[in-house]
Design a protein around this ligand. Structure first.
Ligand code: ATP
Ligand code: MG
Length: 463
């Protein structure tokens, strides 16, 4: 940031805008003004903004909506909220959504300047840090997809099978199960791996902004469109476009996406030239899209286009075998990041982790381990380093298999066989006796299992 940092100020009060502009310009900042949230975001999309200051209460988009959109478009750019008396509570809540801080009107000049300076310094540090972090992550293989359970291995097999085709893939799964990671893995294992991987969160932006983000716009397409902007479809040319939370696409945007998928072409907003791109589209949702189609909230034709292949990421509680390897993986990553010498987890801690239901899935597990790494005193992470709800989890009774209603029988059989083998420590004769089948049947079923996971590394699978 050798040039003057650019501050974008969104406030519907002209007097306040002017006085802020005067003060901040005098301090050497480059100030850009917007009188409402929408034009602020349009300016933001054009690039070059280092920090956003936004009013909370504005006509049209609120400050909170601006915050969410900023975090979706340019996650590194910090947002400081300008709050009037009486909206402080809302501002405090917004901190949880990623706001840097808030200041209450009328401002204390010194306080505001200090905040701005701190936010900009932080941004610079983050940017410097990122290069280092990336090297460390490569080293630790963060971003690798980890797991060894049968359900996980089946999913990996499917990923391998579909990666090289250009078919659209719909990834379904509960929140935090790893849908985005699956999308990245598909890209990395495809022939497009050297092309770009571009992600768009369809839930984070209001409709028209999402469209200009996806398709780009021509100069003068709307007030504020000072130049031409390439959309994400163009940026993803030759690579993969990941549409996250695709169930949030509005009924206006849905047909436009359908057209790109069908014809491979589109126009920039305000443009007449038809552009063609070679993009593989991968989408994800934690909603039941088929149900939404039945309720006419999602276009059926688009659904079939997106759903050429479905990959369902199973919830963590249905693949408890993965908990141990994931916990160890995250422990290694976060110990290195925090410069802690931690060698692993106690058996008791692992038991609690395995007994917990993980409503937030892998993301929750990752957070629990990160927190534990900071708290742990000894060389092993123990039960006392786990949050209460996890530490208090009743360990799964040994010898019990929990199966979701509707699980295919073949899968139930397979899991029962594997669990029994695990408990008998791999004794096939004993396993056959317990299950009342012939030992040769056990061997045959195991062979068949080996065949279906061919091409997937032995557990713990790691990319
Ligand atoms: N199998 C896995 N191996 C290693 N890390 C994983 C795995 N699955 C998920 N993670 C990690 O867990 C976190 C959550 O994953 P991700 O963001 O992909 O989930 P998601 O399904 O997209 O969640 P949401 O529905 O909330 O968007 C990420 O940090 C991701 O790297
Ligand atoms: Mg996600």
């Amino acid at each position: 940031m050798s040039d003057a940092p650019t501050l974008l100020i969104a406030d519907d009060d002209p007097g306040l805008r002017e006085s802020l502009e005067r003060t901040l310009t005098r301090e050497g900042y480059h100030v850009v003004l917007a009188s409402d949230g929408r034009s602020a975001l349009e300016r933001l999309q054009a690039g070059g903004v280092d920090l956003v200051l936004t009013d909370l209460k504005m006509p049209g988009l609120t400050g909170i909506e601006v915050l969410h959109a900023v975090k979706a478009i340019v996650p590194d750019v910090d947002v400081i909220l300008l709050t009037a008396f009486g909206t402080v509570e809302e501002a405090v809540r917004a901190m949880k959504d990623g706001a840097y801080d808030f200041v209450t009107k009328p401002f204390q000049r010194a306080q505001l300047l200090r905040l701005i300076r701190q936010a900009l310094e932080r941004r610079e540090l983050i940017q410097q840090n990122r290069a280092l972090q990336r090297r460390l992550e490569d080293l630790l293989q963060q971003g690798a997809i980890i797991g060894g359970s049968p359900a996980f291995r089946r999913m990996m097999t499917l990923i391998e099978q579909v990666a090289d085709s250009s078919a659209t893939v719909l990834i379904q799964g509960e929140s935090g199960t790893g849908k985005e990671l699956v999308a990245q893995t598909i890209h990395q294992r495809s022939a497009r791996r050297n092309g770009p991987f571009v992600a768009v969160n369809c839930a984070a932006l209001p409709e028209t902004l999402l469209e200009s983000e996806l398709f780009g716009y021509e100069k003068g397409a709307f007030t504020g469109a000072a130049g031409r902007k390439e959309g994400r479809f163009e940026l993803a040319d030759g690579g993969t476009l990941f549409l996250d939370e695709v169930s949030d696409l509005s009924t206006i945007t849905q047909p436009k996406i359908l057209r790109v998928l069908q014809e491979g072409e589109f126009e920039r907003l305000g443009g007449t030239r038809t552009l063609r791109v070679d993009v593989r589209v991968v989408t994800a949702t934690n909603q039941d899209l088929a149900q939404m189609v039945r309720e006419k909230r999602f276009r059926e034709d688009l659904y079939y286009r997106l759903n050429v292949i479905t990959i369902t990421v199973p919830p963590l509680r249905e693949r408890r075998e993965d908990i141990r390897v994931l916990a160890q993986h995250f422990l290694r990553v976060y110990a290195a990041k925090n410069n802690r010498k931690l060698e692993g987890l106690t058996d008791e801690a692992i038991q609690r982790l395995e007994g917990y239901a993980w409503p937030g899935n892998v993301r929750e597990l990752e957070n629990v381990i990160e927190r534990g790494v900071v708290l742990a005193q000894g060389s092993l992470m123990d039960v006392t380093d786990l949050p209460e709800e996890v530490a208090g989890a009743t360990p799964l009774p040994e010898g019990v298999l929990s199966v979701r209603i509707g699980t295919p029988l073949a899968e139930v059989e397979q899991r029962l066989l594997e669990e029994t083998l695990r408990v008998t420590k791999g004794n096939k004769t004993l396993t056959a006796k317990l299950l009342g089948i012939d030992p040769r049947t056990v061997s045959r079923k195991l062979e068949r299992q080996e065949e279906t996971v061919e091409g997937v590394p032995d557990q713990p699978a790691s990319a």
